[in-house]
Design a protein around this ligand. Sequence first.
Ligand SMILES: Cc1cc2nc3c(=O)[nH]c(=O)nc-3n(C[C@H](O)[C@H](O)[C@H](O)COP(=O)(O)OP(=O)(O)OC[C@H]3O[C@@H](n4cnc5c(N)ncnc54)[C@H](O)[C@@H]3O)c2cc1C
Length: 398
Amino acid sequence: MTSSNGHSTSLPKTADIVVLGAGVMGASIAFHLAKRKAGQIVVIDKDHVGRGGSGRSSALIRMHYSFAPEVQLALISLRMFENWQEIVGQPGDFRKTGFVRIVHPHETERLKRNVEMQRKLGAKVDLIDKHQLRELEPDWNVDEVKLAAYEPDSGYGDGAGVAGDFLGAARDMGVTYLSRTQAREFVVESGHVRGVVTDAGVTSSPVVITATGPWTRPLFQQAGHDLAIECEYHQVAILRAAPGMKGGGCACIDSVTATYFRSDGPDKFLVGDFYGKRPTDPDDFPQRASDESLEEIIERACLRVPKLEAAEVMRGVTGVYDMTPDSRPLLGEIPAIDGLYVCAGFSGMGFKISPAIGLVMSELVLDGTGRTLDVSAFRPDRFSIGQPIKAEYEYVDD
Ligand SMILES: Cc1cc2nc3c(=O)[nH]c(=O)nc-3n(C[C@H](O)[C@H](O)[C@H](O)COP(=O)(O)OP(=O)(O)OC[C@H]3O[C@@H](n4cnc5c(N)ncnc54)[C@H](O)[C@@H]3O)c2cc1C
């Protein structure tokens, strides 16, 4: 069967590369592989593009990390977000509002060290005191803040938009996309992946890249690999800004209130929570946030932004994080199964690095190594070999 735009809508019997999942990761991988003319690429999603965690993402974009490769991934991605039209051919949804990181006062030394490291890597970031912060964001209560990190070039984007744009551009370059098609298991023979069994038949392929977010663990379990990914339920509040509140302000991650927040267009405000509930079933979690939970999250955010007390709650967003023990993703080929790659476990922070992740995953597959950036620290077997990632100046809540 062929759709009106000339793309096949039935499962091809063979492919050079199969990508499972059409969230920001799968779509970005397909885009970068197609740019390299990597052969016949098939993307399969059990639902539809951007309908997993990507479409529910708060989509903050920041460079502030304590582990250098994450800063580098964020920087490479920021350049792509800034030049979206030129690179992906669409206007994009990147809003450069600026970003502020507030840490516990006793972690101010760590903040300084991390900012120093980020600047060395090319991030535009300044340390600002409470007076400068008050000038920047007059609605925030910053009395106890000693120093904060301020990134003028950061902000937020849109997860469904990024996934859709990447996938659309990939399809224009010849990638085949099948929605509502679920991968059931990998075909593995003599230590090599040979394809995927789906509910629409089998596709043979020497390379399978799994970017299935919170649904990743069960797929690998039946192939004999138990990846350390746990699903965690999160809730986010969207509010109508209270009268007199500054619109379009900075995004912020605030360890003191254990919340993150950002403007959402000129007249709305988004508040999210550090805390989530585990375990949760990614196919069966509440689609509606509970009023009590939203109230509690907003109450904490009010300690930082008191004017939120008068803001009207418009709706809640719920979603699932795919958490790993060190809160960093699993990237790379599965040991003992040639050609089978994992790209999952983004632990609630994958959106902002998704453009770079697609690029480095395409390099791992086509070149055998991350040419743009060494991502070997994220190897999928790092927990079983006792090498979890621990940054030098990690925060208590990193
Ligand atoms: C509430 C919330 C807030 C967030 N806020 C931020 C933020 O502010 N900044 C940030 O950087 N990140 C944030 N994140 C994290 C970020 O959104 C995710 O890390 C990112 O979207 C993950 O993308 P993905 O492509 O790996 O997964 P997903 O978007 O979940 O995509 C996985 C896809 O795989 C498909 N799939 C699953 N199993 C199968 C199968 N067996 N066969 C075929 N297809 C399958 C699914 O249908 C889905 O479309 C947030 C996440 C949530 C939930």
